[in-house]
Design a protein around this ligand. Structure first.
Ligand code: PEP
Ligand code: MG
Length: 326
């Protein structure tokens, strides 16, 4: 099977009816880039920067961060590199930051909430490192856990101020750098039409979107039966985000685990998802599935899941569609 997939290394990610998408990789450090390239990744769809902050006893400096971001941008040679700003809290703890444990970590002080509260020591150095590294490749900035318009505007205004500072000091950066958001909360999904007018792209984070739509802790095995990308509520939410993003003319990607689910790839493709971001080892398999799909022909078929009320019914139905693809 591995050998058969090898031919997809040099083929574009295009469906039978000519719809082209991007299949890109998720990484946690510059060292992970190699595997993405070896597996035919067309870019980086999610660089989880929190890993630069973990397993050490002090914060990485702006300079250290700049070097890491630059390394990834350079290695990808102009291909898109979406770098997510720090997403700690929740399940990702960093002892030296001195952040008290919340009673409900997933609903608490984390990600963009924490960063906007700690601009001087955390957020500004990271954003400055990202902007400086943007001179070396096609870096895009992605904001995690967005729930409100104010968060988007505040982060964008910070970026604007840092750009002005870099201009003043004659430091190079990409003036047209794209700024997008993770759509991974129920609020962001419901406001997708409005948020789409404020940002350059969406990336759907299904790992959290499932958790925040189903009210189910993503790590709790006792309620894991409810944690499913096939749940009707989650699929309606995903459909909504893609539809609203496309209506506004922005790129819509997905970087949660669902992007590489063999049963969901045809659905996402038919709904118009532009970019699928996943672990390197899933890239070729997903490209094969895309190449077997006729997105136009699939559209009416997969839209039926939006009228189904049971997770199991949806899954069985999608299994049948998948078998028909061959
Ligand atoms: C997600 O929530 O789907 C996601 C990609 O981010 P993380 O798994 O890092 O929360
Ligand atoms: Mg997330």
């Amino acid at each position: 099977a591995k050998k058969l997939l090898k031919k997809y290394l040099t083929l574009p990610s295009v469906s039978k009816d000519g719809k082209q998408v991007e299949i890109v990789g998720n990484i946690g450090s510059p060292d992970d880039v190699k595997k993405v390239i070896e597996n035919g990744g067309e870019g980086i769809g999610l660089f989880r920067t929190e890993f630069l902050f973990m397993d050490r006893d002090c914060m990485p400096t702006e300079e250290e961060q700049f070097e890491s971001y630059k390394q990834v941008a350079t290695a990808m040679e102009g291909k898109p590199v979406i770098i997510r700003t720090l997403d700690i809290g929740g399940d990702k703890e960093i002892p030296y930051m001195g952040i008290a444990q919340d009673e409900n970590p997933f609903l608490g002080y984390r990600a963009i909430r924490l960063c906007l509260d700690r601009k001087d020591d955390i957020y500004i150095p990271q954003l400055r490192a990202l902007l400086r590294a943007s001179a070396f490749g096609n870096i895009k900035i992605m904001l995690p856990l967005i729930t409100s318009m104010d968060e988007i505007r505040e982060a964008k205004s910070l970026i604007k101020n840092i750009k002005a500072e870099l201009d003043e000091k004659n430091i190079a950066y990409n003036k047209d750098i794209e700024v997008g958001i993770m759509v991974e909360t129920a609020a962001a999904s419901l406001l997708a039409d409005l948020f789409a007018k404020e940002v350059d792209f969406f990336s759907i984070g299904t790992n959290d979107l499932i958790q925040y739509t189903m009210s189910v802790d993503r790590g709790n095995v006792k309620v894991a039966n409810l944690y499913s990308a096939f749940s009707p509520a989650v699929l309606r939410s995903i459909n909504r985000v893609i539809t609203e993003g496309k209506k506004a003319g922005i790129m819509v990607g997905m970087c949660g685990e669902a992007a590489a689910d063999p049963l969901l790839v045809p659905v996402l493709l038919a709904w118009g998802l532009d970019e699928f971001s996943m672990s390197a080892s899933s890239i070729l398999k997903s490209r094969q599935i895309v190449s077997l799909c006729d997105s136009k022909d699939l559209r009416a078929k997969v839209d039926k899941v939006l009228e189904m009320g049971c997770e199991s019914e949806i899954k069985d139905y999608l299994k049948k569609i998948s078998e028909e693809l061959g």
